[in-house]
Design a protein. Structure first.
Length: 100
């Protein structure tokens, strides 16, 4: 009789353990703006014409890969050359090269 009562108790405890309400996982999407050294990435269309002209004049074989801007309207330009060499150029909004 004791075994029957213990088996009933264990069965009841086992069923109540599985009767717990399940939690629904909610995924949240967060959009993060990439910021490097105070520079935020921008679209190529936002690059001033003076800066694009300065790059094409000084580095005719360069291809602009990414463009970043900071609060002082200074532009960080990641470029790649024909030979596979990559580099970073810095210019102000008027297309003048600056040292960083």
């Amino acid at each position: 009789m004791k075994k029957l009562i213990l088996a009933s108790v264990f069965t009841f405890v086992g069923f109540t353990a599985f009767a717990q309400p399940s939690e629904t996982a909610v995924e949240e999407t967060v959009i993060v703006s990439a910021t490097q050294d105070g520079f935020s990435e921008i679209e190529m269309s936002e690059l001033p014409e003076a800066v694009a002209t300065a790059v094409s004049t000084s580095y005719p074989s360069a291809t602009i890969d990414k463009v970043y801007v900071n609060d002082q309207k200074q532009y960080k330009i990641d470029v790649s050359l024909e030979g596979g060499t990559t580099g970073t150029l810095y210019a102000d909004e008027n297309g003048n090269w600056i040292e960083m």
